[in-house]
Design a protein around this ligand. Structure first.
Ligand SMILES: Nc1ncnc2c1ncn2[C@@H]1O[C@H](COP(=O)(O)OP(=O)(O)O)[C@@H](O)[C@H]1O
Ligand SMILES: [Mg+2]
Length: 347
């Protein structure tokens, strides 16, 4: 099945009085890799299950080009699904697990065998075809789940936190694997995660959700560099979020005061309360930088080339920064940050 666009039009889902998803508008182009990103409970799985047909909508519609599909049962949509818990058949071999969907679709034996072989090769499990799921590692099981989804050559693959049960090293490997498969097979992928790094590294486009509502849709570069509000900013690694008050504006520059310090940044607010967002890695240690702040170092974590430092302003407000200077707890240092890296939001 080929298509140009998968479109969600005001897709909503409530459970009783609670809105799990409110009016999601999203057009996904064929071949695109879209990540739905947000903390636990923000509606990611709800959105995915609505797409899959596992959950009826309570509002809105879903379209594949000109065909409305939200009334169709899951098997008629034919989307591939990969879940966090793999959901493999424990009593079937790897080969049988991967071939199951083809058998259901009455694909001929020779053709089925060829496609299963190809899928196993893609996920590098050819040598494990005769094993049972219990004889495989978590990463290998997840590969089986992915092979089982892609073997059907589905128009769209839906993945719900597929890497969250894997250890850190395997997670990185499988991340590249998923991107490689997406590219090699020309898939259209909708991928759910609470991990911003995963979303940024994998997706062509991110959809940041909060309590069932879209906060921002954009490329990784856009969302990373230009978060639209402090919620998205905090999700994108702007770990320093200070409450402040606007004291003046000049062009796109906004001056704020808060936590006993003055800062110049950029943003929309022109008066009143504001939220200031700064990334730890945008601070520099030493005199002479813009937005100088005097802090006392409290905790230092070693991260190879860099230290991750937790410090406090004189007012007691915590400040987090990164540096390659060898600092120690108790050190009094001056840090600064360029005004263009200080984002000022409405609170
Ligand atoms: N079957 C259900 N019954 C009632 N509430 C549900 C059900 N499924 C999800 N919810 C609620 O909907 C919201 C979104 O859930 P979910 O989509 O699973 O979030 P996420 O996948 O982002 O963690 C949560 O508040 C959750 O408690
Ligand atoms: Mg979920």
């Amino acid at each position: 099945m080929t298509f140009e666009q998968l479109r969600l039009d005001g897709v909503s889902r409530s459970f009783g009085a609670a809105n799990a998803l409110s009016g999601l508008d999203l057009a996904i182009t064929r071949g695109e890799f879209v990540a739905l990103l947000g903390p636990s409970g923000c509606g990611k799985s709800t959105a995915l299950n609505c797409l899959a047909g596992l959950l009826p909508l309570t509002g809105g519609s879903i379209w594949l080009d000109d065909a409305r599909i939200d009334g169709r049962p899951p098997e008629q949509r034919g989307f591939g699904m990969v879940f966090q818990n793999y959901a493999l058949f424990p009593h079937m071999s790897v080969r049988a697990n991967v071939g199951f969907g083809l058998k259901m679709r009455k694909v001929g034996r020779a053709e089925g065998r060829r496609r299963v072989d190809e899928a196993l090769r893609l996920v590098q499990l050819t040598d494990h075809a005769a094993k049972f799921p219990a004889q495989l590692s978590g990463g290998q099981q997840q590969r089986v789940a992915i092979a089982r989804a892609v073997v059907l050559e589905p128009p769209v693959v839906l993945m719900d936190e597929p890497l969250s049960n894997l250890d850190a090293k395997l997670r990185l490997e499988m991340r590249m694997e998923i991107r490689r498969l997406h590219q090699t097979l020309g898939l259209t992928t909708v991928y759910v995660t609470h991990d911003q790094e995963e979303a940024l590294s994998l997706a062509d486009r991110l959809v940041v959700l909060r309590e069932g509502s879209v906060q921002q849709i954009g490329t990784p570069e856009e969302v990373y560099a230009q978060p639209v509000n402090s919620y998205v900013a905090s999700f994108m690694g702007y770990r320093n979020l200070l409450d402040a008050t606007v004291t003046g504006t000049a062009g796109s520059a906004v001056t704020v005061a808060g936590a006993g310090v003055r800062l110049t940044g950029r943003g929309a607010p022109t008066e009143g309360a504001a939220k200031v967002a700064i990334r730890p890695e945008d601070f520099v240690v030493g005199d002479g930088a813009e937005n100088a702040l005097d802090v006392t170092v409290e905790i230092v974590e070693y991260h190879g080339r860099e230290l991750s430092v937790s410090a406090r302003l004189e007012s007691g407000t915590p400040v987090y920064f990164r540096t390659d200077k060898r600092l120690a707890p108790g050190d009094a240092v001056r840090i600064g940050v360029p005004a263009e890296r200080v984002l000022v939001f409405e609170p």
